[in-house]
Design a protein around this ligand. Structure first.
Ligand code: CP
Length: 303
């Protein structure tokens, strides 16, 4: 049962709960003006920069008729005076019925959920998890492929620090996928996630060359090499241009292939791909509004 549940890690939701969110997201896409949250207040606390996640959560709340309090810049809050995350969360949970929070530290969302009187939705905690992104990715896969089962999914780029790919492999493990991980040695999928896949009997291959896999897959999930996660900028410079997708590389890909990217992109998808019908990343970002409406409505028990 999703009502009153925090969404800190995608593993907090069962397979049935994930499918319920996808079903509800489709319902909200068909009818996006359902004012189910009249008079209710939700907090949006972004300790780390965001465009899509914050704005799509806030759009979702507004579409549902709720009100948003919060901040998009922690430097404008009493955090700068030394107020702890614990005190901030304890206080905000007296103001709002649900807290959406992004934080640069891994584990911050779990910690917040332990301090809060109200549910926490993790909008990304460091390199750890981004579960609402995972749910919108799965909604996008379901819409474009007509199913979630038995998909062949390539993940390309920063698989080490990429919280979206970490959440996504855990959630997709319910649906018998085959994964193709494409990354330079410095940014390979961490062992804990590969061990998770082995334990669940999910096949995966590791590659260095994107061309070895793109003709075989249903989903090409591109990621940005995240400068903000590197402590050594020379290492970032070495790997930042490792993978760049050009339109010419898509010629012999499957007709059903769709290219996903959580965005923002830097240069890993050339703009000549944008007009290819297989490019789905901007529609994927729009799907975030319907998915986040579904998450909030489910947790607050109004749908
Ligand atoms: N996909 C994503 O998390 O984008 P933002 O960082 O802009 O929120």
């Amino acid at each position: 049962m999703i009502k009153n549940k925090s969404l800190v890690s995608i593993t907090d939701f069962t397979k049935d709960e994930i499918l319920r969110i996808i079903e509800l997201a489709a319902d909200f896409e068909a009818d996006p003006n359902q004012r189910l949250l009249e008079g209710r207040i939700i907090a949006s606390l972004f300790f780390e920069p965001s465009t899509r996640t914050r704005l799509s959560f806030e759009t979702a709340i507004n579409r549902l008729g709720g009100r948003v309090i919060g901040f998009s810049d922690a430097n404008a809050t009493s955090t700068t005076k030394g107020e702890t995350l614990k005190d901030t969360i304890k206080m905000v949970s007296n103001y709002a019925e649900l807290i959406v929070m992004r934080h640069p530290l891994e584990g911050a969302a779990r910690y917040a959920s332990e301090q809060s009187r109200v549910p926490i939705v993790n909008a990304g905690d460091g390199a750890n998890q981004h579960p609402s992104q995972t749910l919108l990715d799965m909604f996008s896969m379901h819409k474009t492929q007509g199913r979630l089962d038995n998909l062949k999914i390539a993940m390309v780029g920063d698989l080490k620090y990429g919280r979206t790919v970490h959440s996504l492999i855990q959630a997709m493990s319910h649906f018998s996928p085959t994964f193709y991980f494409v990354a330079p040695d410095e940014l390979k999928m961490p062992n804990e996630y590969k061990d998770f896949l082995r334990a669940h009997g999910i096949p995966f291959e590791e590659h260095r060359d994107m061309n070895e896999v793109i003709d075989k897959v249903d989903i090409l999930y591109m990621t940005r090499v995240q400068k903000e996660r590197f402590s050594d900028l020379l290492e970032y410079q070495r790997v930042k241009d490792a993978y760049i997708l050009h339109n010419s590389m898509l010629e012999s890909t499957r007709p059903n292939l769709r290219i996903l990217h959580p965005l923002p992109r830097v240069n890993e998808i050339s703009t000549d791909v944008d007009s290819n019908p297989k490019a789905y990343y901007f529609k994927q970002a729009e799907n975030g509004v319907y998915t986040r409406m579904a998450i909030i409505a489910s947790i607050l028990g109004v749908k």
